[in-house]
Design a binder for this molecule. Structure first.
Ligand code: F6R
Length: 252
């Protein structure tokens, strides 16, 4: 695991965007696994800027998103379809037909999960998977204590995740209680993983992710077993790492 410490959110965004743009420049037909949430917004803004300047070309890229809420239509501004379109896809030259997000409206959610796994397989797997870190230690919507062995599946969101995500909704009652998420197994099959973390609120869970036991109680801890993970975290997110592992911190 490579840990890159950034000074602040802006620096984290730039460094992570550099990793993604290098992937696309070196491998123009890459399959990117993408995430939503607050953390990647600065990365998407940076990539849009570099695209506009002619530095990076997304025309050959395919993308698969990690997750989507159940029962929100793609036109709903809180849906992850909408988020991706507004914050990234419509500003770059990616082919919309090659951008994929799970369908949270599917009548038969199990069939949708199988379709999504097959789609990832048909694309040849994910070359670079971008991940944010939830306050519960979730990646995608893989909440604590779920099996590491799952592929795409439906999840009941934990109360903590519902309350964390309520900041994007008018009221907490509007936050969907279920989502479809790529499973840990699918995430672990990505060839490379880029985990981005910002802010002191994530500091304790980041320390557990990086140096705690590998356990379903902290889903992101499984990343310790992946052969190619880059973590880009800002200084405030690295606080607990520095406090609890001064030797490791000094080596950064
Ligand atoms: C988003 C996702 C989630 C978020 C995580 C962190 O597609 O899968 O795992 O990455 O909840 O969210 P933020 O960045 O808003 O703190």
């Amino acid at each position: 695991m490579k840990i890159v410490e950034a000074t602040d959110y802006k620096d984290m965004s730039r460094k992570a965007a550099n990793v993604i743009s290098a992937q696309v420049i070196l491998f123009p037909r890459s399959v990117l696994g993408l995430a939503t949430g607050s953390t990647p917004l600065g990365i998407y803004r940076q990539l849009i800027d570099w695209y506009r300047k002619g530095d990076v070309d997304f025309s050959g890229v395919s993308s698969v998103n990690l997750d989507e809420y159940c029962k929100l239509s793609p036109e709903n501004p809180q849906s992850y379809h909408y988020y991706m379109k507004e914050n990234f896809f419509r500003h770059i030259n990616i082919n919309p037909k090659k951008t994929f997000v799970p369908n949270g409206l599917a009548e038969d959610i199990d069939a949708e999960c199988r379709r999504y796994d097959k789609l990832i397989g048909d694309l040849g797997g994910i070359d670079l998977q971008l991940l944010g870190l939830g306050n519960t230690g979730h990646i995608g919507f893989n909440e604590p204590d779920e099996s590491f062995d799952k592929t795409t599946h439906q999840v009941a969101l934990k109360q903590k995740t519902i309350s964390d995500n309520s900041r994007f909704f008018k009221s907490i009652d509007e936050v969907p209680k279920f989502a479809v998420t790529m499973g840990i197994k699918a995430i672990m099959q990505a060839k490379k993983i880029l985990l981005v973390v910002s802010g002191d609120k994530k500091s304790e869970i980041l320390e557990k992710t990086l140096y705690g036991p590998v356990t379903p109680a902290v889903p992101a801890s499984i990343l310790q077993l992946h052969p190619n993970v880059t973590v880009v975290a800002d200084r405030s997110a690295m606080k607990a790492v520095h406090e609890k592992h001064p030797a490791k911190g000094a080596a950064l």
